[in-house]
Design a protein around this ligand. Structure first.
Ligand code: NAD
Length: 355
């Protein structure tokens, strides 16, 4: 069975890092004896320039028919002035909607050789190896909202944190399944001491735990989780939480290792998964050939794991990245003063040589 991947290079450093990932995917799939095909489509600023809109219909049609989608990044100063619906970011939101992706997965792992880049003490940073799963399409960002005026003339504003049971179940299921592929520990994060939506979330997690007797479940309040992420990150293996809490915790987790160019993400629904590095289009270094391709290469490892069910191949990529870092290969963003700096292409070659 051939796997078809839709590539959305986007803007800035996007095309460079996507090209790197394609080389890695092609090599790994060849090693695994699995055929793979690619097609490239427009998204973001480049799509606005060529078609007038950030998410052209042709792109929308292609992504829903793909087996998986690999995205570089979108955006840049050139398109910052347009109206909201004609900005590159609108293309990103439209893409997530078209794919119906409701679970965002961000693994964050410390590499021994890069501990100095972490804002945490090295003995704490060393312990970071976790996966945050954030609910992506519900909660307070999508609930009913209202602005108005009270009888006394004061303004008021209201946002509603709403979840239907099915929305909670499907993302928590992702949490249990992901934990099974890791250390089999799941922390469900909520604010059940205050919020009803959290109390229902916690009830559902407890009900579902019976179906996963091999996974150890813990519940944590979001404030306590935020604290423990920086003091005892080893407490966490897989963390699953609702949209607002996940937005904040996943950004907190992202900086624990101090290297934004290295972090991958996956957004999953019932259809094709969407894979992208967590960083943006880095317009300040676009076209210089120095972008770190590892976040995107690691995103393609997630694609093999979660969309193609190819755990060995995913590990092969992750091990190759760990090996090049252990061997001292550094792009500019992760190099310390005096260290040799590799181009995007040279870093990609180093990964290929270690597969
Ligand atoms: P950014 O992540 O693009 O860049 C922040 C800093 O990190 C920059 O100095 C950049 O050079 C560096 N950096 C990022 N990725 C790197 C990599 N792979 N290798 C080396 N260095 C890297 O964030 P920003 O500057 O705030 O945003 C730039 C543009 O990207 C904006 O238009 C923003 O809207 C957009 N953006 C897009 C996405 C996305 O496509 N998902 C996400 C965030 C920001």
């Amino acid at each position: 069975m051939s796997h078809h991947i839709v590539l959305l290079p986007g803007d800035g450093i996007g095309p460079d890092i996507i090209q790197s990932s394609v080389k890695v995917i092609e090599r790994v799939m060849a090693l695994e004896g699995q055929p793979v095909t690619f097609s490239e489509h427009l998204l973001g600023g480049v799509a606005i320039d060529q078609t007038g809109v950030p998410l052209p219909d042709a792109t929308k049609e292609a992504v829903v028919q793909a087996d998986a989608v690999l995205l570089g990044a979108v955006g840049g100063p050139k398109w910052d002035q347009g109206p909201g619906h004609l900005r590159p970011e609108a293309g990103l939101l439209g893409l997530r909607k078209a794919l119906g992706v409701y679970a965002n997965l961000r693994p964050v792992k410390a590499y021994q050789e890069l501990l100095g880049a972490s804002p945490l003490r090295e003995d704490v940073a060393r312990q970071v190896d976790l996966l945050i799963i954030r609910e992506l399409t519900g909660g307070v960002y999508f609930g009913e909202r209202e602005r108005g005026q009270l009888a006394n003339g004061e303004r008021f504003a209201k946002d509603t944190m709403y979840y239907a049971e099915s929305e909670v179940r499907r993302v928590v299921k992702r949490g249990f399944e992901a934990a099974r592929l890791r250390q089999k520990r799941l922390t469900s994060v909520d604010k059940a001491n205050v919020l009803d939506s959290s109390r229902m979330w916690r009830e559902i997690v407890m009900e579902m735990a019976g179906d996963y007797p091999d996974v150890k479940v813990e519940h944590a309040l979001v404030d306590s989780c935020a604290m423990h992420l920086v003091t005892q990150p080893e407490r966490f293996d897989v963390v699953v939480t609702e949209n607002l809490f996940g937005d904040i915790l996943s950004d907190e987790a992202a900086v624990l290792t101090g290297s934004i160019g290295l972090l991958p993400s996956a957004s999953l629904g019932e259809g094709p998964g969407l894979y992208e590095p967590i960083h943006g289009s880095a317009p300040d270094i676009a076209g210089l050939g120095i972008a770190n391709p590892l976040g995107t290469i690691l995103s393609s490892a997630l694609m093999l794991r979660y969309s193609f069910n190819m755990e060995t191949a995913a590990k092969r990529i992750e091990d190759a990245v760990a090996a090049v870092l252990a061997n001292g290969a550094r792009t500019k963003d992760i190099a310390r003063p005096g260290e040799q700096v590799l181009s995007t292409d040279a870093m990609t070659e180093a990964v290929l040589a270690n597969l």
